[in-house]
Design a protein around this ligand. Structure first.
Ligand code: OAD
Length: 246
């Protein structure tokens, strides 16, 4: 069981506003590969950066579409793990928790978290690659991008690709929450992708306690006031128990 320092328990109990930023490490224990671990099987020879971009989609739409179809299948077959459940539990016992995620898998919502700020979109939705309007279309089993029923352009997943801006409302809300929180938890993220990684800096500049939960060291480790060096499931389960007095 992860040991939770007393000063973290006290800070969380006292905090009126807490921000939890999550990354792919939170879903790793649900069987969804992270981005910066080596890719498995079929996809081992590609880097995610070479698949998750507008240029890649223009160059080889079928390849990019099939990679997302594969990730969609993983997501559909996955279930929230103890980390997702503990994060949802923490928001029930603490006031003013804002959950910001870089994950596109919807597992926080399936674990019962409400008001999740999705910085990078959601893989289960699709949009038109020409005008970015959402498209409701069945994609199960398709091996190439369908055409937009309105304009005929290719349909793409509603996720943020490298080089694209994150949705403005989501970013502004996340930045405001980070600037005004008292505790900022960075959970299962390598903390290298902007603007998500910048949220921890905003929080720190605003005087928040910065806490990292990660099984390995990251770019955020040295700025953290506290590090829980454990899996997200163990650490977050221990944290929610400690805060609730269990
Ligand atoms: P990364 O793949 O960059 O990092 C995953 C992090 O999770 C690493 O720091 C691991 O050490 C940690 N980790 C792995 N398993 C863990 C576990 N069981 N418990 C705790 N930590 C664990 O994923 P992100 O930081 O989410 O963006 O990547 C950020 C963004 O880069 C993604 O949203 C995606 C990607 O490119 C876009 O697609 C736009």
């Amino acid at each position: 069981m992860t040991r939770i320092p007393e000063r973290l328990i006290e800070a969380l109990r006292r905090a009126r506003r807490t921000v939890i930023l999550t990354g792919a490490g939170v879903s790793a224990e649900s069987g969804i590969p992270t981005f910066r671990d080596a890719q498995a099987g079929l996809w081992a020879r590609y880097r995610p950066e070479d698949l998750a971009s507008r240029e890649a989609f223009q160059r080889d739409p079928e390849l990019v579409w099939q990679w997302y179809q594969w990730r969609r299948e993983l997501v559909a077959a996955a279930a929230p793990n103890r980390a997702h459940l503990a994060i949802a539990g923490l928001a029930r016992i603490l006031p003013g928790v804002t959950l910001v995620t870089q994950n596109v898998d919807g597992l926080h919502q399936r674990a019962g978290s409400g008001g999740v700020i999705e910085l990078h979109g959601n893989i289960q939705r699709n949009r038109c690659s020409a005008d970015d309007e959402l498209v409701e279309i069945a994609t199960t089993g398709s091996v190439k991008p369908p055409n937009c029923p309105r304009c005929g352009a290719k349909v793409r997943p509603d996720v943020v690709w490298f080089g694209e801006p994150v949705p403005k409302n989501a970013l502004v809300t996340a930045q405001f929450a980070a600037e005004h929180c008292e505790v900022f938890l960075s959970v299962g993220t390598s903390a290298v992708v902007l603007p998500a990684a910048g949220l921890a800096h905003l929080a720190r500049a605003g005087g928040a306690m910065l806490v990292e939960v990660n099984s390995a060291a990251t770019a955020a480790s040295e700025n953290a006031d506290l590090v829980l060096r454990d899996s997200a499931s163990s650490a977050m389960t221990a944290l929610v128990q400690a805060v609730s007095g269990g």
